[in-house]
Design a protein around this ligand. Structure first.
Ligand SMILES: *[C@@H]1O[C@H](CO)[C@@H](O)[C@H](O)[C@H]1NC(C)=O
Ligand SMILES: *[C@@H]1O[C@H](CO)[C@@H](O)[C@H](O)[C@H]1NC(C)=O
Ligand SMILES: *[C@@H]1O[C@H](CO)[C@@H](O)[C@H](O)[C@H]1NC(C)=O
Ligand SMILES: *[C@@H]1O[C@H](CO)[C@@H](O)[C@H](O)[C@H]1NC(C)=O
Length: 393
């Protein structure tokens, strides 16, 4: 899986932990991806045009201590709606049900596990807007080319991609119809060796088969470069409709777990609103209803998913013929266990009756267990590793 959605872009060495989302649909199916991407010959002109196109007028702008600017953009002006596909789209503010059987008043009134992002220190977005991390000129300059900023492509389990080797340590369930998943992931700050590498932890919902009708939805956290996040959140993957005004995709995430110390975790829940329009909704934490991917974007995922994956992914550029030392998860092997190794817990799937259940039979996938490994139990697992080490030269 050559996520997150784009390969061959540049990543800066100064990195931060962020939330990310992405999705994959066959581009030909909808025309998304061809409509508004500006392919540049004359880079300078294109950058200005691209910025003007990417950054929507803000009702309020908030400067984050980490240097990001968060624009509070009217919900109807979010980037997805630039695309012809969304021309007649009616925004849904709520799905028709919650797989935990909660009413949405219950969900939004929960007070525990508040998610904080650095920009919250300097303000909040008003009602009717959503927070979007502003794309800067240098973000585009650092991207490998203007043309690739705003594009996506990724064949499934593409491990020989010219953008580097994609290595995984996953737990997978397949062989049934799935309508969503929930998992709790603890947050870490893995070290990244090269600018064009990344490390992410995600849940992935898959339907169909590559290259015909593979559809995927991904959500999780990643160790991100300064600049490129927006690209596979609301900007490059203009398919997710955000409704939440508290959380900016691509904004820094706090707090992080400490090796042999405090552990911090985050819940992710994605489910298909099959009693409603069929959109795939996402909730982060216990109360942040983020938004949805419209059902009509998808071919195979328009019915149900055939596979769910949970775990880590790293890009290994194999610089100088050596395995990268980019870390996955905490950078420690699963055998170190709690508070040292990274984990997913409370793994659940949404079944055909819209009920969250523990997965029945899962298996693990890891290409190089000497570099990154995974240890599976019934509904939780440890995963990760340091990358290069004497057994992973
Ligand atoms: C990343 O962003 C920070 C804050 O804006 C800045 O100080 C730093 O120079 C940036 N890093 C790179 C590699 O551009
Ligand atoms: C939007 O609705 C109009 C009128 O019903 C229709 O002609 C048009 O094809 C629709 N556009 C899209 C992209 O669905
Ligand atoms: C959910 O909210 C309703 C009111 O909207 C309340 O009566 C009920 O007790 C709440 N349930 C839980 C589990 O908090
Ligand atoms: C990887 O983890 C499995 C348990 O899931 C264990 O049996 C195996 O020995 C580990 N491999 C390495 C190379 O550590």
């Amino acid at each position: 899986m050559a996520s997150p959605c784009v390969s061959g872009r540049r990543w800066s060495r100064i990195v931060k932990m962020t939330l990310f989302l992405c999705f994959l649909i066959p581009m030909a199916a909808t025309g998304i991806g061809n409509t508004n991407t500006i392919v540049g010959q004359k880079q300078k002109i294109d950058i200005q045009r691209q910025l003007k196109h990417l950054n929507k007028p803000a009702l309020k702008s908030i400067k984050s201590p980490d240097g990001d600017i968060i624009d509070c953009v009217h919900i109807k002006n979010q980037p997805a709606f630039d695309y012809r596909f969304f021309k007649n789209h009616t925004i849904q503010m709520r799905p028709s049900f919650h797989p935990e059987g909660l009413s949405f008043d219950n969900v939004s009134s929960k007070s525990e596990s508040l998610i904080t992002q650095l920009w919250h220190l300097n303000g909040r977005c008003p009602k009717g807007t959503i927070p979007i991390r502003r794309t800067k000129e240098e973000d585009l300059l650092r991207a490998s080319s203007v043309a690739s900023y705003g594009r996506e492509k990724h064949p499934q389990f593409d491990t020989t991609n010219k953008g580097g080797f994609h290595e995984h340590a996953l737990t997978v369930v397949t062989g049934d119809k799935y309508y969503g998943t929930k998992a709790t992931i603890n947050s870490w700050k893995p070290q990244i060796q090269e600018q064009d590498e990344f490390s992410l932890s995600k849940l992935l919902i898959l339907g169909g088969v590559a290259p015909k009708d593979l559809n995927t939805i991904e959500a999780g956290w990643m160790k991100d470069a300064n600049q490129t996040m927006g690209c596979y959140n609301l900007l490059c993957s203009p398919g997710f409709v955000q409704i939440n005004k508290e959380i900016a995709l691509g904004g820094s995430l706090n707090p992080l777990s400490v090796y042999a110390g405090s552990q911090y975790e985050l819940n992710f829940l994605v489910w298909k609103d099959i009693k409603g329009r069929g959109d795939w909704w996402m909730q982060v934490g216990n109360k942040y209803l983020m938004g949805y991917w419209p059902a009509s974007l998808f071919v195979s995922l328009s019915e149900s998913a055939s596979q769910i994956q949970w775990g880590g992914e790293v890009i290994n550029q194999q610089k100088n013929g050596q395995h990268t030392s980019t870390q996955m998860g905490s950078g420690h092997f699963p055998e170190e266990g709690f508070s040292r190794a990274s984990y997913f817990k409370n793994l659940q799937i949404v079944d055909g009756s819209n009920i969250l259940r523990f997965p029945k039979k899962s298996f693990i996938v890891t290409e190089k267990p000497n570099c990154y490994n995974v240890t599976n139990f019934v509904n939780y697992f440890y995963y990760g590793g340091p990358g290069r080490n004497p057994n992973c030269p």
